[in-house]
Write a protein that binds this ligand. Sequence first.
Ligand SMILES: [Zn+2]
Length: 273
Amino acid sequence: MQENRKLEIRKKANDFRGKCKKGKYGIIDLFQDCKRQEWKLLRYPLGENADLGFTVKKDDDIIIFTNSCSRLSREIFTLAHEIGHVILHLKKDNSFIDNNMTINGKNTDENEQEANYFAACLLMPHEDVSGFIELEMSNPQGKDLSAMDIAGIMSEFKVSFDMALNRLENLSIIDINQKLRLNSEKIEKSVDRLLRSVGGNARLNVYSNEIDIPYEYIDYAIYNYNHNAIPEETLKKVLDCFQLDIEDVRDRIAIRKSDDYTDLDDLIGGLDD
Ligand SMILES: [Zn+2]
């Protein structure tokens, strides 16, 4: 990624951060901040092997989905990544679907790299991370950070242990040797215990299994299904939240001729309040 593009992304992440409620350093609840954008946010435990998240723009509506069947810290990163797509890439009627490949940081697709960079800058901006380490840990150089310190960083910035290490390395606060040492300390002590030992937010390390789907999303699920954006399995799971099955909505699905869209579009258009 070019330096001027990186700067542009940092600016956009910083602008969005300005709209978020922050604690002393980190964002408190990115899900709430996302809802205040009048974007439509869905959370659902789709299963461990399912996609991690997606975002889609339909007319003037922006829909973000995150799979809550992943550790909360991971789900927050997915959300930050999807916000990156919304702000950097999303145009009318396109979508991004994310899984372990697109969010693992090793993906070579430019949009995915940019969304990951946006997420890192949004959750752990350089100046706040440095400030936290310097002022709260009395450790201006980040020298000899312990795994407990990393757990403290996790808690403040609502990120996973691995994300914290990657970001600290990218910011040159730790080097590869420190990263390896901290990683083995993590394996030895377990993230749960580390979080407890610093009085940290233990919820970050467990699956939230949160279900947050306003009823109107049935229409979006059907829309996405009809546009081949989600598999039948996903549609079934959404319907299941409302104790419905495919048969209950049979007359509205799998209509793939464009001239048949009018009714559905009217329906979705009527949900704009
Ligand atoms: Zn993505």
